[in-house]
Design a protein around this ligand. Structure first.
Ligand SMILES: N[C@@H](CCC[C@H](N)C(=O)O)C(=O)O
Length: 262
């Protein structure tokens, strides 16, 4: 059997994309999904995303996201942006989308090469010293520190991800953040389910922007995030204790296509 696939990247966070509206691939095939994401034995990717038929009235499609380990996981911000570009490529949408993912409904807009994705509203941010924990669709531990460029993110991220605080609770992603000038932050992320540093994480930079604003490190409603794979921005409104109208914006690009032989 041959299954057509596409590969997308958004600031270096890369995904295998499959149009699964005809149920070509089973969501329970963890081994196959893990192998397809393997950079030596498969296509290679930080995750795999299925575009499926919508289950909610008014939606254009449904997003199903798997980490590179083959397990279905929580929301992927960059993956969501790439999926919107894929939906446009497939002719499902033009420049606007409405879809549902594991964390609920999302809206998106496309402007040239950039895709903006609306993230969920957020109220709870746990802050302690230079750290914060928040769930922007996926769980994120945020550490504000210095010399982020020199850090061993895989080693230090794994220590936090597998620490007693998180191990019994499904784990966490970990973001190391170096504050620059003018509401700009340098971010490196250790991703759960990839179990390594990725070049970018959309829910991660969203968490960083909101944690930075909540702790007074950012004073603008638009924050610029520099990640190893490029640049993203996050804009939001704060009403009472809640961050609303949270939008993640950055590039999303199709890089190649092929056929899975299985
Ligand atoms: N790369 C993603 C986050 C994907 C989910 C994460 N690995 C998890 O399991 O929590 C993003 O862009 O948000």
């Amino acid at each position: 059997m041959k299954i057509p696939f596409y590969k997308y990247q958004g600031t270096g966070n890369d995904f295998v994309m499959i149009d699964n509206r005809q149920n070509l691939i089973s969501k329970n095939n963890t081994k196959l999904i893990n192998r397809l994401c393997d950079r030596k034995f498969g296509i290679g990717g930080d995750g795999l995303i299925l575009l499926e038929n919508p289950e909610v009235a008014g939606d254009d499609f449904k997003m199903v996201y798997f980490n590179a380990d083959g397990n279905e996981s929580s929301m992927c911000g960059n993956g969501g942006r790439c999926l919107v570009a894929f939906a446009k490529f497939l002719g499902i949408i033009e420049d606007k989308a409405t879809f549902t993912a594991v964390d609920g409904p999302h809206k998106a807009t496309i402007t040239g090469d950039e895709v903006s994705l609306q993230m969920q509203d957020l109220t709870e941010i746990k802050q302690s010293g230079n750290m914060a924990f928040l769930d922007t669709g996926s769980p994120h531990h945020v550490v504000f520190t210095k010399n982020v460029a020199q850090l061993d993110v895989k080693k230090e991220g794994a220590e936090i991800r597998y620490s007693d605080a998180y191990i019994g609770n499904g784990g966490t992603n970990v973001n190391f953040v170096d504050m620059q000038e003018n509401n700009t932050f340098l971010v490196r992320t250790y991703e759960r389910g990839v179990e390594d540093e990725t070049l970018s994480c959309g829910t991660g930079v969203t968490a960083v922007a909101l944690a930075a604003h909540a702790s007074g490190k950012a004073n603008s409603n638009t924050v610029k995030l520099i990640v190893p794979g490029g640049e993203l921005s996050v804009s939001f409104k704060k009403e009472d204790d809640t961050y609303r109208d949270v939008w993640l914006t950055g590039p999303a690009e199709q890089v190649f296509k092929g056929e899975i032989i299985c």
